[in-house]
Design a protein around this ligand. Structure first.
Ligand SMILES: NC(=O)C1=CN([C@@H]2O[C@H](COP(=O)(O)OP(=O)(O)OC[C@H]3O[C@@H](n4cnc5c(N)ncnc54)[C@H](O)[C@@H]3O)[C@@H](O)[C@H]2O)[C@H](O)CC1
Ligand SMILES: [K+]
Length: 507
């Protein structure tokens, strides 16, 4: 199963891996034609009702594979309103192929011009995973029309006859990717302004690459068609993963989350790097809880941080209440940078995690405590391979072998894990991602603190798996940008400055 958001990311990652969307559309169109051949004979009348996006584009391709059928293509709107280049190209290819293709400028005003009557098969290619909000006109009127002519769901789903007694049978309605108006993730139909919930009542669905959660509840046959998306597009992180960050234009302060960094003691740089990285990776507000002894120095690094000093040189159980209280009001805690491993500190870590039930990124010396502590917290652990071993985790030279072992380690641990390496392995115990950005220049100290801060900021708005995958991708990409510019010799603060650029996609 795959969500619409994840599908868009995988689609973009496939494109970045050299599999153009036009090829995916060609495969999708081919799959639709195969589905139609499985339920109707050549010579049957197939009417393809096409929207102005790539969902419509898929059906425009299918029409070219159905030349031995009576094909009628009806585009809802003018050619200029087709929203993507690849769909427009497929529209233009139709007129060259002398297929009965008509752009219906005002389909809501003239539904009869869709020539739905007399169809043996109606293809619903109006709206797919790109639908936003309740269905608008002209799709509302056309959906009503298709449901009227189609006889509603469950009408005889097998139009195995040719055109001979089409009138005796309602046409079979085949939906492309998802019935128009149905949310691919939830299966729900958003009510329109008049409160009416309108969606195509399809007899069958042809969906692409992987099942969609929202189709399971429809109770009609769903064909999942392979459209040539390489497995690498799902396994490896890529620019498509950044689409999940889509910033709502009207978002305002506080939407992107508040992070608390709990760290410092023997080391002052680490919590500062994590905190500044969280700011750069999009957190609205970042606080640092650290020992009094380093508070002034941490504050000195950036006036954008709110620093809370706790008495003494290292954090200890006596600080538990104060720091737990601070954590209460935050979205994510980044726990561990520079904490050190004094006994009192590790006891503090164990008691904090045991009591905390929010989201936390756990890094550095705090990691060794995680396997022993019972916690209701949702953790993202970010060990390097040595820290993973100290957690009792697996070690394997080959990254593929390591990936599988880490996935089951994370499943046993009950938390997401990001194991840093030339290939970072990211998993929540079920899904698995591998990040290949980054370079040997990044073994310099502090890059792990920058990563932990970035993952912390992202975990305010993303799932633990997504936050870790995107964090690893952006951290490594920032490192690559720095090395491209000035060769090796990068320092951790260089990464922080390049995070905003590394988190932007022009997809
Ligand atoms: N990797 C894949 O999954 C592939 C998917 N393909 C097909 O592409 C669609 C998604 O295409 P997209 O262009 O993103 O969006 P849609 O065509 O679904 O719809 C956008 C289209 O519809 C208009 N619109 C949006 N919301 C509404 C609304 N509420 N009411 C009316 N109109 C609406 C919007 O203006 C656009 O014009 C996916 O489903 C697959 O079918 C690829 O072709 C193959 C690879
Ligand atoms: K559709």
């Amino acid at each position: 199963m795959i969500t619409a958001q994840r599908m868009a990311s995988v689609d973009a990652n496939a494109a970045a891996l050299g599999v153009p969307r036009a090829k995916l559309m060609e495969s999708a169109g081919n799959a639709i034609a195969r589905e139609i051949r499985s339920i109707a004979d050549p010579g049957s009348t197939v009417t393809l009702v096409c929207g102005r996006g790539n969902n419509g584009g898929d059906a425009l391709v299918a029409a070219r594979f159905l030349s031995d059928f009576e094909v009628r293509v009806r585009l809802l709107g003018r050619r200029e309103s087709v929203s993507t280049g690849i769909a427009r190209e497929n529209w233009d290819a139709l007129s060259a192929a002398e297929i009965d293709a008509r752009a219906v400028a005002a389909p809501a005003a003239e539904p009869a011009s869709l020539d739905l009557e007399g169809s043996d098969v109606i293809v619903d290619a109006m709206l797919g995973t790109g639908v936003t909000g309740a269905v608008r006109e002209p799709e509302r009127t056309v959906i009503r029309r298709i449901n009227e002519v189609g006889g509603g769901r469950g009408s005889d789903a097998d139009a195995s006859t040719s055109g001979s007694h089409a009138d005796a049978r309602a046409p079979t309605v085949v939906a492309v990717d998802v019935p128009s108006g149905v949310d691919a993730d939830t299966g729900e139909v958003e009510p329109g302004p008049d409160g009416e919930r309108l969606a195509v009542e399809a007899d069958r669905v042809v969906t692409f690459h992987d099942g969609k959660p929202g189709l399971a509840t429809l109770g009609v046959p769903v064909t999942v068609a392979d459209i040539g998306i390489p497995e690498a597009a799902e396994l490896f992180t890529g620019p498509g993963d950044l689409l999940a960050l889509g910033r709502e234009p009207e978002s305002h302060k506080g939407d992107h989350g508040e992070v608390l960094v709990v760290g410092g003691g023997p080391y002052t740089g680490a919590p500062t790097l994590a905190a500044r990285s969280a700011l750069r990776a999009g957190a609205d507000l970042v606080r640092v809880a650290c020992p009094e002894s380093v508070a002034r120095e941490v504050q000195g690094f950036s006036e954008n941080l709110i620093v809370h000093g706790f008495a003494g040189e290292t954090l200890a159980p006596s600080h538990l209440d104060g720091i737990s209280e601070l954590a209460e009001g935050r979205d994510v805690v980044v726990f561990g940078p520079g904490l050190g491993d004094a006994d009192a500190t590790l006891e503090f870590v164990e008691r904090f995690l045991g009591a905390y039930d929010g989201r936390a990124v756990v890094d550095a010396d705090a990691l060794q405590v995680v396997p022993e502590v019972e916690t209701d917290a949702t953790l993202v652990c970010t060990p390097h391979q040595g820290e993973l071993r100290r957690m009792g985790g697996p070690s394997a030279e080959d990254w593929r072998e390591r990936a599988d072992l880490v996935r089951s380690f994370a499943a046993d641990l009950g938390h997401a894990v990001l194991v840093k390496g030339a290939y970072d392995v990211i998993t929540d115990g079920e899904a698995l991602r591998v990040n290949r950005t980054g370079n040997p220049g990044m073994t310099v100290g502090g890059t792990g603190d920058v990563l932990a801060g970035a993952v912390g900021a992202l975990a305010c708005t993303q799932s633990p798996l997504q936050a870790a995958a995107i964090g690893a991708y952006a951290n490594g990409r920032a490192g690559d940008l720095v090395v491209d510019e000035r060769g090796y010799g990068l320092v951790a603060t260089d990464l922080i400055d390049r995070l905003p650029e590394a988190l932007r996609t022009d997809e």
